[in-house]
Design a binder for this molecule. Sequence first.
Ligand code: SF4
Length: 296
Amino acid sequence: MKIPLNQDGVSMQDYSSENLCTWCSGCGDYGIWSAAKQVLVELGIKPWQVLLCYDVGCHGNMSDKINAYTFHGLHGRVIPFAAGAKIANPNVPVIAFGGDGASFSEGVGHLVHAVRSNYPITFVLHNNANYGLTTGQASALTWQEQAMNSSPNGMPERTLPSMDFIFSLQPTFVARGFSGNIPQMKEIFMQAIKHRGFAFVDILQSCPTYNKFASHKYLLDRCYDVKDDNHNVNDFEAARALAVADTSERIATGVLYQNEEVPNLYENLLPRQGRKTTAVEEVEIKKIDELMKEFI
Ligand code: SF4
């Protein structure tokens, strides 16, 4: 995809907001926030050249902790907004951030169609395996039998096998990272932003306040980079096997799968083919004064 590369003058300072972060001490949001800003700077993208979309959740508070064009949407609905914005102006890189609660429950339908349609956007899943903002309720990705505030006797339902689910949809980009590893997140985000279609990026995020079962240390002890095992990112079956493997001992991270051959949704839209202008540039400003007089 086309990335604006204006290396001159863009710095971390450009992305800094005067609003104070209110996340708990040790929250993985800090790492993801830092990695996202750093990679945008390294790509030479200025704050006014990118759209960052946030779902509702603790991570969503990032929308006013970063100086850029941001959107903070309704719970579970960040993907449709991000996709619509991208189609309106495909020259702007669009990154959508969502939590595991919204993305695999209220918004799961949008996630399915994002993968199926291959929207040309990056989706970063803040996967802390609970609804942190609403004080530690179990999500579809909370481990079964874990005691949470909404299920003090242990979550009775099975945990949704999220990676198996994503791979069943024939994705074109799947990566997994860990909120405590900023250099690796930067590498992943860099490749995801440049990907032709929908990039699904699962970041395992520590939530020390409510997630006591997959702590920062738990993740740190288990995560390894598939690059070190010479993994072939174009091998769908090998990637799927790594993604769905038992994570109790080792957790495969890094870019797991990428397929650049599949056209994205915009490329498949016949009315857009051959056009030099974007839909945003084509919007006609119409005066509605005369029309409004009919209703006054
Ligand atoms: Fe972070 Fe969890 Fe605190 Fe939310 S509740 S700010 S996810 S540590």
